[in-house]
Write a protein that binds this ligand. Sequence first.
Ligand code: PLP
Length: 399
Amino acid sequence: MAAAAPLYNTYNRTPLRFSHGEGVWLTTESGERYLDFAAGVAVNSLGHAHPHLVKALTDQAGKVWHLSNLYEVPGQEALGERLMRVTFADKVFFTNSGAEALECAIKTARRYHFAKGHPERFHIITFEGAFHGRTTATIAAGGNEKYIEGFGPKAPGFDPVPFGDLEAVKAAITPATGAILIEPVQGEGGIRPASIEFLKGLRALCDEHGLLLVLDEVQCGVGRTGKLFAYEWAGITPDIMAVAKGIGGGFPLGACLATEEAASGMVAGTHGSTYGGNPLAMAVGLAVLDVVLADGFLDHVRDMALLFAQGLASLADRFPDVIAEIRGQGLMLGIKAKGPSADLLVAMRNEHLLGVPAGENVIRLLPPLTITAEEVREGLARIEKAALAVRANAETKPA
Ligand SMILES: *Cc1c(COP(=O)(O)O)cnc(C)c1O
């Protein structure tokens, strides 16, 4: 029987079995080491087995694992206050995943207009190429037909327009529009950063039309772009923001952040979660922020990002037959392949380097933020070998 036989067939899994990790490295059951630039799709923000995170989790594990949200949970207050201090937000709701953070964000936006006497303003403008999760509402928000087909009627109220097209956004605004939802850097869609002008334009449109600006920073947040949150690069603030992945460093944790005003409709009884804000998750979230907010950490991310991006740009110059383009921001980088990106991804894996596929024929490189300069150079050397292999393979293949 195949190893994964009891499991749903929803994933095409690569036959790699890792038993442990340390920092940027993962080791298989048979003892082979891989350089992990997938980082669990931007989840292992501080790498594997970070001592500060291990200690936070194990210390908490000896105290209390779960408390119902029927009681006060001190860890939620501590992490909430911490997030309030360093973001635009006044309020937070903790979740276990990105999709749940988005669900909370969507409900918060709709409930805001409902509470203001405008239940009809439930429409949310979204963007082509978006990814917001796999719940019935978030697949509708993402708009990818592959994820929507066969799951019954698509959840209503999501109005997609082309990414980066401000005129299209303007044209899509109607009296039923309540919010705009965007990833400042599209991840799944192929590492596509929104321009600063575009984000500023969206903020201005929201202000002009009384809309809420909802950001999905599930993948690009928590230091990934070299700022704590990507919106900081644009000098704007959202009204609502979904966060997950990197904030838990590998422990399931998400959060929906909002201004006091935007969260005003979410009164007692309107939302809930059994596990959201679990004490184990809170302990880890606080520990992640200890590291990411420490003096010099984001400078380190920006330094490593520059080194990595420069190295990738020079590989793109030398391998125009293999690499079409380098894109991204911070340590959220993408290689757009010239041929099938799957071939380059396999060649990278043969060099024991892990990346993540994305849309538009792009391979995502999302190394832990703790990566060192030496590890960046090691990664670049492996990508170079992979590019050589792809080139050699193309040369032996008949045209
Ligand atoms: C991963 C991701 C999600 C969904 O998060 P889950 O934890 O898988 O539910 C939502 N939005 C973005 C931008 C993501 O990258």
